[in-house]
Design a protein around this ligand. Structure first.
Ligand code: M6R
Length: 616
């Protein structure tokens, strides 16, 4: 995930900028750079690679100037290249900016700018902002142009999407401007200086006093002054906060573990993955993936390749392709597929799903599919990873780096990618009518907010977790689209708490696992209010209760029956049945997290596991 630091000081800032990006390294990034103002010029030092590698070539400490910005980039738009690394310059070279977030309307803005003669050196959405700010500074009569802060505020009003911005300009060398929308940014108060950062970890060694910028506020900073303007340009007073975290706590944003932080990031990451691809009545990703409606119309079968949690999202994908695009889909363990001679009929799309894009089994299976001449698509979170270089097409998830070994936000953003793909295919193949498409789009738009509502039940879920801590086994049951979620809930629990857990289709319980049920056995039942499966799942709850099992039910808000049957109930908001998996998985992530935490397990680095499995 990108990181920002900026400093305006009475002293040289290069050391603080380099130190700041080093402290943001834990977030994961692919390139790094800084810009300082000196002698009426902007000096940029940037490159692809780790901070130390780029610093060895670019000598960050030699950058002169008392005002500067720095950035580590986690690519979202465009490859991992020097040109795409931040900071980005305006065409006249007077303005440098760093940016976190995703500008949803950047292609429209880019086209408008190209229409008035602008050319771009990068593929990023960020460079468009630098051009816009220059345009706002130079357009119209001098009196109307105002200062850099006015230009930044006017440009920001044209942006749709998320951004945290640090901006410097040769004409105002002692000023640093910052603004944000839906992407965090803090202003720090140092000795004889002000700092900005996307994450307090970057500046904590220089100050513990910060203010948190709110959406669309603009900070105008010099070494000695800090002025905050609201959306309308009026000066406002903001409360100062004292941070009492150590650096490690700051990296986790104050959360106890990365896993918890990543669980909480899901509403934002889902929005980042979904919103840029949604228009009023359609899904649009042709330009970024190369997948046209014609390509979609030509696909009549899907084979998924994946491992672990990504395999579970593939299973939700199977359900979606049958339900929405109305074509058959098969889910293969990548490790098995690569050594089988599974037929791949013409018209098949092979979809590889991976957070890292570096999982050896998945990539080997993907290579096998490519060798057999099949069209392939990667759904992947890491730009430039091996998988994205292998596959013919890539649909990126925008989860940002996932540091906790247990996958959470990568999973839900993979689901988001699968919804987008299915809606686009249903539209291209006309398997759903426009009203049904609109209903799906509406439900998908609402999902991030609904995830946030589920996160609000964290304390309730933590209390339920206490009932698990002394258990050795657990069973997870779900039907239809929620069967993969039962598998995912069980995997999450076992990998971080070391409690043995198994997921089953709910009806399978009576074919064997029911023998295990007694008062020592917690059974998590996913029981949304679906017409087809609800009554049957109630029957499963009764069966567990009749054998003294402990039922933890995930039910739809408003359900008055389940709380009377189950020992514990966690509610999720009502939505379309097919969107349900995106919601029901959230309480299961929190439940696993709290059980593991209460059992004193190393939540972020569970024993024997590796975040990226690059061996067979
Ligand atoms: O990077 P990938 O998505 O390809 O990784 C696949 C699995 O190794 C991964 O999902 C693993 O199961 C996680 N630890 C689950 O939390």
């Amino acid at each position: 995930m990108c990181g920002i630091i900026g400093v305006v000081s009475s002293k040289p800032v290069a050391g603080k900028l380099a130190d700041g990006v080093r402290r943001l390294e834990y977030r994961g990034y692919d390139s790094v750079g800084l810009a300082t103002l000196h002698d009426g010029q902007i000096g940029i030092r940037k490159g692809v690679g780790k901070v130390d590698e780029v610093d060895a070539k670019q000598h960050f400490a030699q950058a002169l100037g008392n005002t500067g910005i720095a950035h580590c980039r986690w690519g979202t738009h465009g490859g991992i290249t020097l040109n795409n690394a931040h900071p980005h310059l305006s065409p006249d070279g007077t303005i440098a900016i760093v940016h976190n977030g995703i500008i949803e309307n950047y292609l429209d803005l880019k086209q408008q700018l190209e229409g008035v003669g602008h050319t771009f050196v990068s593929e990023t959405d960020t460079e468009v902002i630098a051009h816009l700010i220059e345009l706002e500074r130079t357009r119209g009569a001098a009196a109307a142009q105002g200062t850099l802060k006015d230009a930044v505020a006017r440009a920001a009003r044209k942006l749709v999407g998320s951004y945290a911005l640090g901006v410097v300009c040769t004409d105002e060398p002692d000023t640093l401007i910052a603004t944000r929308n839906e992407s965090p940014l803090v202003v720090g108060f140092g000795e004889g200086e002000h700092l900005i950062a996307s994450d307090v970890a970057a500046i904590l060694t220089h100050t513990d006093t910060v203010i948190y910028l709110d959406n669309r506020e603009v900070a105008v900073l010099s070494a000695g002054e800090c002025t905050i303007l609201d959306d309308a340009g009026s000066v406002i007073e903001k409360e100062k906060h004292t941070i009492d975290w150590d650096v490690e706590a700051a990296e986790k944003g104050g959360y106890e573990h990365f896993m918890l932080k990543e669980i909480y990031e899901q509403p934002g990451k889902l929005a980042d993955t979904i919103s840029p691809r949604l228009r009023d009545h359609e899904v649009v990703f042709e330009a970024e993936t190369g997948i046209t409606p014609e390509v979609l119309r030509g696909i009549d079968r899907v084979i998924f390749l994946a491992c672990g949690t990504s395999w579970h999202s593939a299973m939700v994908g199977e359900f979606l392709f049958e339900e929405l695009a109305k074509i058959p889909a098969e889910v293969e363990y990548a490790s098995e597929f690569r050594y089988r001679n599974a037929p791949i009929p013409p018209g098949t799309l092979v979809i590889a799903i991976s957070q890292s894009g570096e999982t050896a089994d998945t990539n080997a299976a993907l290579e096998e599919a490519i060798r057999r001449g099949t069209r392939t698509l990667a759904i992947c979170n890491v730009r430039g990873s091996s998988m994205t270089r292998l596959a013919h097409h890539t649909l990126y998830t925008h989860a940002g780096p996932e540091i906790g070994v247990a996958s959470t936000k990568a999973f839900t953003t993979q689901l988001a990618g699968l919804y987008l793909l299915n809606i686009a295919m249903a539209q291209a193949k006309a398997t759903l009518n426009q009203q049904q498409i609109d209903t799906m789009l509406q439900a998908l738009r609402q999902a991030p907010l609904q995830v946030e509502q589920i996160l609000d039940q964290n304390e309730h879920i933590q209390k339920i977790a206490k009932h698990f801590t002394a258990r050795s086994n657990a069973i997870y049951l779900g039907r239809g689209a929620h069967f993969p979620i039962a598998l995912e809930g069980a995997l999450k629990l076992k990998e971080i708490s070391y409690i043995h857990a198994e997921g089953y289709p709910a009806a399978e319980m009576k074919h064997g696992p029911i023998a295990l049920i007694d008062k020592q056995m917690p059974v998590v039942v996913i029981a949304p209010n679906d017409k087809l499966t609800y009554q049957k799942t109630l029957g499963n709850i009764e069966e567990v209760k009749a054998r003294d099992g402990v039922v933890i039910a995930i039910a739809t808000e408003g359900d008055e029956v389940i709380p009377n049957l189950a020992d514990h109930t966690i509610f999720v908001p009502d939505s379309l049945y097919s969107i349900g998996p995106l919601l029901t998985v959230i309480p299961l992530q929190l439940l696993s997290y709290h059980v593991a935490e209460l059992r004193g397990c190393d939540v972020d680095k569970p024993r024997n596991l590796s975040k990226v499995v690059t061996v067979e």
